[in-house]
Design a binder for this molecule. Structure first.
Ligand code: BGC
Length: 338
């Protein structure tokens, strides 16, 4: 609020000076400047790094002739750090903030800071609960619907299993599977797993769950968890459902390091369509992935940031971009997008 008041005073003074110097308002028009502050939960996240590099490009396009500055901070997995970063970004004079929460259930301090200083926030990728988003007009969310990605992953897995009887290696009519899950409490973890498994069952695939492990979206953690599961179940695992591509790739890393020939490997499914994920699909290592439209999300966030940076209130609080199934036909097109 205080900052806005200072700007209002400056604007009045500048207007006064224009009158004194005899200029009309339009003649001295200067380039607008938009400063966007971003903080995200962890700089080692593959998907978010790709999304944010797209955001920088999209913001320039969305801003047209206005000058843009983007300050990106890494919260390194600590909500307290992120709360401090939000304060720092507001003190730097950011017009709008884009926040990828560390703990999506704990945005209250950030919301209070934003409201007190009249700086709008676009939350992205890690969705706050609806009651939090309703606390103030200047709060928005850009992301995608977890349910849709789970259903698509399940459909892709069912198709591969139906078309390839070798997936059921022991021929018992059931698919022995394990799950690699993202962070507990993240909307994309439990929901993706639940819908992927239900969809497989609804499509008539008989399943037997051997185990699941939380690997926090991380490739090295997934490799480690997968090594443990290989140790426990040896060559019994026929399907690995991973909540994202990085964890599916970590599972593949584990098999590469283990002493199993490829014809005893399970099939692996991910979600995201990151650069490495699409490459792995193209090379046949990943049996399927679902595109988490980072360019679409980046573009939506950029347009919204520009629109609300001057205090405009956008009518829609939520923007969800659809997921897309990656196929042999479209994989190259998606690789070229990046
Ligand atoms: C992505 C993951 C990412 C996570 C971070 C998910 O939507 O699929 O790859 O690690 O968001 O919050």
């Amino acid at each position: 609020m205080k900052q806005k008041k200072v700007w209002e005073v400056c604007a009045v003074l500048m207007f006064g000076m224009q009158i004194l110097s005899g200029c009309k308002a339009g003649e001295t028009a200067q380039t607008e400047k938009i400063h966007v502050g971003v903080t995200y939960y962890n700089q080692s996240d593959t998907f978010l790094n790709e999304m944010l590099s797209s955001f920088r490009e999209e913001l320039k396009l969305a801003a047209g002739t206005s000058e843009t500055t983007v300050t990106v901070l890494d919260a390194a997995g600590a909500q307290r750090t992120q709360d401090d970063q939000v304060k720092e970004l507001i003190d730097m004079g950011c017009d709008v903030l884009c926040v990828n929460l560390v703990d999506r259930a704990d945005p209250s301090e950030i919301i209070d800071l934003a409201r007190d200083n009249d700086v709008p926030i676009i939350f992205f990728n890690r969705e706050p609960v609806a009651e939090d988003l309703m606390q103030w007009d200047g709060l928005y969310y850009v992301g995608a619907e977890a349910k849709q990605s789970g259903i698509m992953q399940g459909e892709l897995a069912a198709e591969v299993i139906r078309n390839n009887e070798k997936v059921d290696r022991n021929g018992d009519g059931k698919i022995q599977y394990v799950v690699l899950e993202g962070e507990a409490g993240h909307q994309d973890a439990i929901i993706r797993t639940g819908y992927a498994v239900d969809t497989l069952k609804n499509q008539g695939i008989m399943l037997e769950k051997l185990s699941y492990q939380i690997a926090n979206w991380s490739r090295p953690q997934a490799q480690n968890r997968m090594e443990q599961m290989i140790g426990q179940y040896q060559n019994q695992i026929e399907l690995v459902l991973a909540n994202n591509d990085d964890m599916a790739l970590g599972a593949i890393d584990a098999y590469k390091g283990a002493n199993y020939t490829e014809n005893t490997w399970p099939i692996f499914l991910g979600i995201d369509g990151t650069h490495v994920g699409l490459q792995a699909f193209l090379e046949g290592e990943l049996a399927g992935t679902v595109y988490n439209d980072k360019e679409g999300q980046a573009e939506a966030m950029a347009h919204l940031a520009v629109e609300i940076s001057d205090g405009t209130v956008h009518p829609e609080k939520y923007t969800y971009l659809p997921y897309i199934k990656i196929t042999e036909e479209n994989v190259r097109e998606f690789l070229e997008r990046q």
